[in-house]
Design a protein around this ligand. Structure first.
Ligand SMILES: Cc1ncc(COP(=O)(O)O)c(C=O)c1O
Length: 401
């Protein structure tokens, strides 16, 4: 056995990846699997963004850049935050990283001391708890109840805060819940945070553009005068511009925090890949960027509504209506205790693996997101696939005995 660090025992391999590995193996073997597992848009990166990266390569932008990023990108991000989010960050209050995931990890590493508590509303994105543990923090989950559309209440937040609470992680629109807080709901949480000066907030706003039902997106740091100094705002190009593979994320926040993150990154990855940076700036400044995002958003809104309606028609499934991101998160617990092919369904993992095996539909069990009663279905796929997959789920549920 190769000797490993103790910290490797703190974290677990993602179930999400395990399910998609199994689905991919089935596809490779020629089985027609309907994939609802994807956490990425099924659209291509807009052509003008690719062209900007190619032009940067041709111009020889293949050398080291400053750690935060090239000045033109920093300025483009600062302008975006100011114009779209009402966040008055200056360029020196911006840094970038290899995707939203890397940005969040660097930030946890930069702010947490051993034993600091991090409040994470559930359902949550699978990597938050693992990143917190790696950074020496302690995870405290605040359960977002399905009956409240998975949103935590101000009372829940107030009673979860202890003198050890250091960071609150907010993610609206949400992966995997598909819910989004309305501005007054977020304001009520901001009022609680404002009363606890030791608490800082990581506002993960990477799905800001994928919001439906005419709901307005607001950036958390704008909600109280004190919060600008106590919030790090996370965003990335992955979902808004269909750029998951490019690995491009960014953070806005107080200069002291950004400087610390830069210090960390300067010893880790140095900076985001050089020729991606001008393309990332183009995505933010060229009007075609916003136009392509809006086109995707409209498609996702239609598909989400359709998937949700079809899910609600299935026998004993309940599902909160998706208002953001591209996920539906139905409750499948009514089927626990039933069996198929000799295998008993006891939680979301056994439900997902039986569904994949017997009906060839890939979904993500909610266990890693704090909900072992729910599964996540991505509607970043065509209407035809949505219909085919839900038909199969319906037949699967009928087969359970
Ligand atoms: C809520 C949330 N935050 C952060 C990330 C990470 O984004 P990226 O792909 O840019 O690393 C994801 C990715 O799925 C996510 O869903």
């Amino acid at each position: 056995m190769f000797p490993l660090a103790q910290r490797m025992q703190l974290i677990s391999e993602s179930i999400t990846l395990a399910v998609s590995a199994k689905a991919n193996a089935m596809k490779k073997a020629g089985i027609d699997v309907v994939g609802f597992g994807a956490g990425e848009p099924d659209f291509d990166t807009p052509a003008f963004i690719k062209e900007a990266a190619k032009a940067a390569l041709d111009k020889g932008q293949t050398k080291y850049t400053p750690t935060p990023c090239l000045p033109e990108l920093k300025e483009a991000i600062a302008r975006k935050f100011n114009a779209e989010n009402g966040l008055p960050y200056k360029p020196e209050q911006i840094t970038t990283g290899a995707g939203g995931k890397h940005c969040l990890y660097m930030a946890f590493m930069a702010v947490l001391n051993p034993g600091d508590e991090v409040l994470i509303p559930s359902p949550y994105w699978v990597s938050y708890p693992e990143q917190v543990k790696l950074a020496g923090g302690i995870v405290r989950v605040i359960r977002g109840e399905e009956s409240n559309g998975f949103k935590i209440t101000p009372q829940q937040l107030e009673s979860a805060i202890t003198p050890k609470s250091r960071v609150l992680v907010l993610n609206s629109p949400n992966n995997p819940g598909g819910h989004a807080y309305a501005p007054p709901e977020l304001q009520a949480l901001a009022d609680v945070v404002a009363r606890h000066p030791q608490l800082i907030v990581f506002s993960d706003e990477i799905y800001e553009k994928l919001i439906y039902d005419g709901l307005k997106f607001v950036s958390f740091a704008t909600l109280h005068p004190d919060l600008l100094e106590r919030t790090l705002t996370f965003n990335c190009h992955s979902k808004s511009f269909a750029m998951t593979g490019w690995r491009m994320g960014y953070i806005g926040g107080p200069k002291g925090a950004i400087d610390a993150i830069n210090k960390l990154q300067s010893q880790m990855t140095s900076h985001v890949t050089s020729f991606i940076q001008p393309a990332a700036a183009a995505a933010l400044t060229d009007p075609r960027g916003a136009a392509s995002t809006e086109q995707m958003r409209k498609q996702f809104e239609k598909r989400g509504e359709h998937m949700w309606e079809r899910l609600c028609d299935l026998l004993q499934i309940t599902c909160v209506r998706p208002q953001g991101a591209f996920y539906a998160f139905p409750n499948v617990s009514a089927y626990f205790g039933k069996s198929i092919g000799g295998a008993k369904i006891t939680d979301a993992i056994s439900f997902a693996s039986a569904l994949l095996e017997h009906s060839h539909v890939a979904v993500v069990p909610g266990n890693d997101s704090g909900f072992d009663t729910h599964v996540r279905l991505s509607f970043a796929t065509s209407m035809e696939q949505i219909d085919k997959g839900i038909d199969r789920i319906g037949q699967f549920l009928q087969k359970l005995g």
